[in-house]
Write a protein that binds this ligand. Structure first.
Ligand SMILES: [Zn+2]
Length: 386
């Protein structure tokens, strides 16, 4: 991948490649590639979960196309500054293990990074430190929504730290799951209780968050793999691709978990303002409709949204009022009936391209009605993990 990124960077006069960090376990580089010179900033991260590689491959294809053929892609390259962090979790992507017991360690990949929890890291071992084999962190649970916003004053003097300061007060909640006692990290912040808040304990998440702060994006995009569509089970709509917008209280009543006894901050993200919510909903709806009407990939569903405080989207997008967008392509790598890998890459590539074209031609998608998003079929019975 590094070779590939260097080739892209060498080909284009306005592409820059930086190493923004190293992974916790393997000490592998984490890369950031920037292409384009436009006014609208787009930040895109793939493979926070190591066993979800299709987005990385797809975005590499897209940036290769952009720099190989700058004339044909002039609208994107002149309209956008695209910052990509491909494969944010090399530990998980390159994870080796002797799963079949034949005495050889093979590359099997996994969701988490490879990082031990140490007593000095946090008061309790957080519940998102998990995984088969040596435990590691689920990186899409480690983001901290209370960390400093871009441009916020940094502490000075001897107490200065390069790590953004967390705000609010911390609480730990103990609970039982499958006979195990687990600790969830919650935070009270600006009057809200953020349940399952990340601690930014991993170097990977620190690097992605820092890349985000420097990019100051207007649009924030992340890519994951979901469980295979459950064909024939109830009325659920199986789909190759789902999209998900992040939104705030102005669309509270349309949120999938609205009406439960839950507090508003467990149903929508109270830090996402009305205008940003609208842009997020419009963008997701627009791209989903375009892809669905192309007929190439079947129906495109929406993934049930509720805030996930340790995630990239919920923790970072409010900081720059970025329209948030999540893609979920069907099938974990190790799942039975998982669709052909080439098709996962193909649909992801098409989705990325359509998104970049849409944002380049009209960053606010002003012609689109935000409520169209809620007309997309909902992926399954309720909010879904990501
Ligand atoms: Zn994922």
């Amino acid at each position: 991948m590094a070779k590939e990124l260097r080739t892209v960077a060498e080909r284009s006069p306005d592409a820059t490649l930086r190493r923004i960090g190293r992974s916790a376990g393997r000490n592998d580089p984490i890369w950031e590639l920037r292409v384009g010179s436009g006014e609208t900033n787009v930040h895109l991260v793939t493979q926070l979960h190591g066993d979800e590689p299709a987005g990385t491959e797809a975005i590499l294809r897209v940036v290769r196309e952009l720099v190989r053929n700058p004339e044909a892609n002039r609208d994107i390259l002149r309209g956008l500054t695209l910052t990509v962090v491909p494969r944010a979790n090399p530990d998980g992507a390159m994870f080796v293990s002797d799963d079949d017991g034949d005495g050889n360690r093979e590359r099997v990949t996994r969701r988490e990074n490879v990082q031990p929890w140490r007593r000095r890291d946090s008061r309790h071992e957080p519940d998102y430190h998990t995984g088969e084999g040596p435990p590691g962190y689920d990186l899409n649970r480690d983001f901290d929504p209370t960390a400093n916003s871009p441009g916020a004053a940094e502490p000075s003097g001897a107490a200065a730290s390069t790590r953004p300061r967390a705000r609010g007060s911390t609480e730990w909640t103990q609970y039982e799951e499958d006979g195990e006692t687990l600790w969830r990290h919650d935070r009270t912040y600006r009057g809200y209780t953020l349940s399952g808040c990340g601690l930014e304990l991993t170097p990977e998440v620190a690097a992605v968050a820092d890349s985000y702060r420097r990019a100051r994006p207007d649009v924030a995009i992340t890519h994951h793999h979901k469980s295979v569509g459950t064909r024939g089970r109830g009325s659920e709509t199986p789909s190759l691709l789902s999209v998900m917008a992040a939104f705030g209280p102005s669309f509270l009543r349309q949120a999938p978990s609205y009406g439960s006894e839950e507090s508003p901050e467990s149903v929508v993200n109270p830090f996402i303002d009305a205008e940003t919510s609208r842009r997020s909903l419009r963008l997701n709806a627009f791209v989903a409709r375009q892809l669905a009407s192309s007929g190439e990939f079947g129906p495109v569903t929406r993934y049930g949204y509720e805030p996930l405080w340790g995630s990239y989207l919920d923790s970072l997008s409010p900081k720059t009022n970025a329209a948030g967008m999540l893609y979920e392509v069907a099938g974990q790598s190790d799942e039975r009936d998982s669709i052909d890998y080439a098709r996962k890459v193909a649909v992801s590539r098409a989705a990325f391209r359509r998104t970049l074209e849409a944002v380049a031609s009209d960053p606010d998608l002003a012609t689109m009605n935000a409520n169209a998003y809620f007309d997309l079929p909902l992926e399954s019975g309720g909010p879904t993990t990501r």
